[in-house]
Design a protein around this ligand. Sequence first.
Ligand code: ACO
Length: 320
Amino acid sequence: MTHRAVIRGTGHYLPERVIENAWFEDKIDTSDEWIRARTGIERRHFAAEGETTSQMAIKAAERALQNAGIPAEQIDAIIVATSTPDLTFPSVATMVQAGLGMKHGFAFDVQAVCAGFVFALANADGLIRSGQAERVLVIGAETFSKLMDWEDRGTCVLFGDGAGAIVLEAVQAGERGILAHDLNSDGSYRDILYVDGGVATTGTSGKLRMQGNVLFRHAVEKLAETAHRAIEKAGLSAGDVDWLVPHQANARIIAATAQRMHLPMEKVVLTVADHGNTSAASIPLALSVAADAGTFAEGDVIVTEAIGGGLSWGAVVLRW
Ligand code: ACO
């Protein structure tokens, strides 16, 4: 029997502390006007002192489970996409498992930076299709504020913290569910976006370094390509797409990608203004916010896409 992975519930959590663009103006040489015009970002949330990625992930997971009407006892696997774990190990996913009071199933993290949720979703789909799991909790959770160099105006204004979660359930193959994915990496681009520390090098967690304008060009080209390939693998065409739920890094990248995909902006879910770039959390956050607003109708075709450090990039096509 072939199975397909259907989204049963969504949930998200954003830290209480909201940072408006103006907050940066007396700290670095920047302005609200520059940040809005170049990125579309107006504000972002920062985790409180001591608030961790796993704590945010647990809150998002609890909300997704409640939304799905599925208790934690029925979850077989947890995948957390994150590059900002509480500790080097154990995984955030096992911390979520413990936080949900689960002693069964299995849990692991996926690290593909901003593309992490797309990679996690594709892996969860594989687990469900192969019959290894019936219900999978897929979470994106990040505290990128902890990776910022607060003197680097080219990066510190861009990122925010948060978590989003979805519950996937196996159904007998029908119309709905994850239809196709397309995953890509090219490690030769490592210097475009990286963190300058780690366990085996500096022994510190390091700070984020990015060649923003170089990455911008790769993003627009590669995101449209991967989305196109995933749509093709699903046996669909651009005209069949009802919603694009992109990684929320920069409103200009999103608009340029939508244009290459021949999609009007009315079909694009945009949360970057309020969340900033929350890396692997951005797609599940956007999905959850849009689902809460009643944006999606049953049967809608949704395309998600993301690019991040590595470089790693990919897209998932699903029918809501
Ligand atoms: N305020 C004011 N000026 C700034 C700021 C700022 N916060 N940041 C940079 N500038 C300046 C630069 O110093 C530069 O000045 P100069 O011309 O005097 O040298 C000028 O603005 C233009 O800089 P660019 O980097 O060319 O600006 P650009 O239009 O490319 O915007 C940005 C920069 C927003 C970073 C953009 O390149 C971008 O969004 N890149 C992609 C980021 C991305 O997609 N990340 C996704 C993956 S993230 C992940 O995986 C963790």
